[in-house]
Write a protein that binds this ligand. Structure first.
Ligand SMILES: NC(=O)C1=CN([C@@H]2O[C@H](COP(=O)(O)OP(=O)(O)OC[C@H]3O[C@@H](n4cnc5c(N)ncnc54)[C@H](O)[C@@H]3O)[C@@H](O)[C@H]2O)C=CC1
Ligand SMILES: O=C(O)[C@H]1O[C@H](OP(=O)(O)OP(=O)(O)OC[C@H]2O[C@@H](n3ccc(=O)[nH]c3=O)[C@H](O)[C@@H]2O)[C@H](O)[C@@H](O)[C@@H]1O
Length: 464
């Protein structure tokens, strides 16, 4: 079966970049990315390709190459569904904020809406691909909806979770460690559907890197991969506190253990805590699933990863207060970075939000600089927490366009995101323009202690 038309529902951080790369690498396939969000689609279609709604290194070049040729962005969801032989569902699956499973389970409302819409519109057989991260066995629910509310056409459901990381999305999509496709390989038709998607990726991914499994293994592998990655960060972060107490240096410990090929060097960078839209949500989902099977010890084991991460964020903020003589009330704290990691404008679950909230509860005046995050986003993130009125957030928080403006007359500077430009700041100038003693809190292990102390800073660094 040769795929000619692909539709992707959801033009977000996953749907946008993933489909752009498929279109780039498969010029004979028409790829239409649809979304209900008109503003987002308008931005994807902006004449100036630098204005696409997601900042990812290299992405604008990919979009420029394929857009208008075989890559289209549209709000006409029905038309794109009807035309497609293969439909990716790449909508958001956030943690539920209400009802059963509140604060834990994934909210599958948008997934179900997509399924119902596909069933209503489709007049020919479709391969439906789960691109969103979903709880294990979601494909059964999708199949139920599609086959019971549809127009009598046939559906094959595949699971094809996405492993890209933000900030390196294009690189990850061009050369993935693996592509995972779950499908029903026990039937001839199921195998054909699986093969159709394998053939799409085989345009640029070596065959040995395309793994096929049954649907449940694929769904569960995505949650597992994120849980393992987050667990490594929480593990090294837990040790950062022990390093601070004992005189060891977490970077040295990480290097020493990472040299063991069984452990490996990646994801051992101690930090102010992991953020991003997925680690916390996916682990909470895993915990919820384990609990729903009555596996309480399994649930407790994974929940600890989140508990440690919350502790790390709180501990970083609390240390600022403690170091500034137990009060930051009325003091200016410069925060460098707001995004949850460098090279992205995404702020979802960023540690910076929680550190700022903590400091604001202590009545600090916070000044934020981030090279890619807008002030509107920063205020929206704080408002969303609901810790204080919107007016108070605007009174207490200032967003500026230059790091030097942020640090001017600051009592303390805190690095929250590891943007490369922070390494290259003129730190002598920073020291000069801060109030003394000039406290510097490095939440990303970006700077060298000796160098900063020589310049005169009172320097605090995670795990050292
Ligand atoms: N952000 C990331 O780096 C990664 C995310 N994922 C998973 O991919 C999924 C999508 O994540 P993101 O792209 O970050 O989310 P996102 O929130 O950036 O994008 C989702 C888009 O879907 C649209 N949408 C929702 N319901 C719709 C409907 N019924 N019809 C049309 N459009 C609809 C929304 O308007 C939104 O623009 C989630 O399940 C996430 O866990 C997986 C790997 C990486
Ligand atoms: O499902 C998802 O959404 C994605 O989640 C993560 O990707 P992402 O969240 O974009 O970014 P990561 O590079 O994993 O970083 C996550 C957080 O952990 C932090 N981190 C990461 C690595 C490390 O060593 N230390 C550390 O503190 C980062 O600063 C960031 O806040 C996974 O890496 C992707 O494989 C996955 O597809």
């Amino acid at each position: 079966m040769k795929i000619k038309n692909i539709c992707c529902i959801g033009a977000g951080y996953v749907g946008g970049p993933t489909m752009s790369v498929i279109a780039q690498k498969c010029p004979e396939i028409n790829v239409t990315v649809v979304d209900l969000n008109e503003k987002r689609i308008a931005a994807w279609n902006d004449e100036d390709v630098e204005n696409i709604p997601i900042y990812e290194p290299g992405l604008s070049g990919v979009v420029a190459e394929a857009r208008g040729r075989n890559l289209f962005f549209s709000t006409d969801v029905d038309e794109a569904i009807d035309k497609a032989d293969m439909i990716f569902i790449s909508v958001n699956t956030p943690t539920k904020t209400y009802g059963i499973g509140k604060g834990m389970a994934a909210d599958l409302k948008w997934i179900e809406l997509c399924a119902r819409q596909i069933a209503r519109v489709a007049t020919s057989d479709k391969i439906v691909v789960e691109k969103s991260t979903l709880p294990v066995r979601t494909a059964a629910a999708l199949s139920d909806i599609l086959h019971n509310t549809g127009n009598g056409v046939k559906y094959h459901i595949l699971s094809n979770p996405e492993f890209l990381a933000e900030g390196t999305a294009v690189e990850d999509l061009h050369a993935p460690d693996r592509v995972l496709i779950g499908g029903d390989y026990t039937t001839e038709e199921g195998s054909k559907a699986l093969q159709a998607l394998v053939d799409v990726y085989a345009h640029w991914v070596p065959k040995e890197n395309i793994l096929t499994t049954n649907v449940w293994s694929s769904e569960l592998s995505k949650l597992t991969a994120n849980a393992f990655l987050a667990q490594r960060v929480s593990s090294i972060n837990s040790l950062s506190e022990l390093c601070e107490a004992s005189g060891a240096d977490v970077a040295e410990v990480a290097r020493a253990i990472g040299k063991d090929s069984r452990i490996g060097p990646k994801f051992l960078q101690s930090s102010v805590g992991f953020g991003g839209s997925c680690f916390q949500k996916d682990i909470l989902n895993l915990v919820y699933i384990a609990k729903s099977f009555g596996l309480n010890e399994v649930a407790d084991y994974w929940e600890q990863v989140i508990i440690m991460n919350d502790h790390q964020k709180r501990r970083f903020a609390a240390n600022i207060v403690k170091t500034l003589y137990n009060t930051v009330s009325g003091k200016k704290i410069a925060m460098l970075g707001w995004a949850f990691k460098k090279d992205t404008n995404d702020t979802r679950e960023s540690a910076a939000i929680y550190v700022a909230d903590y400091l604001l509860n202590e009545r600090a005046e916070v000044v934020v600089y981030d090279p890619k995050v807008t002030s509107a986003q920063i205020y929206a993130d704080l408002d969303y927490l609901g810790s204080r009125s919107e007016e108070e957030n605007r009174n207490l928080v200032t967003v500026v366009n230059s790091p030097y403006e942020a640090i001017e007359d600051a009592h303390a500077t805190a690095i929250l995101t590891e943007w490369d430009e922070f390494k290259k700041l003129d730190w002598d100038k920073v020291f000069e323009s801060m109030l003394k003693p000039a406290f510097l809190f490095d939440g990303r292990r970006l700077l060298e202690r000796n160098e900063m102390e020589e310049k005169g800073f009172k320097f605090y660094s995670i795990g050292n």
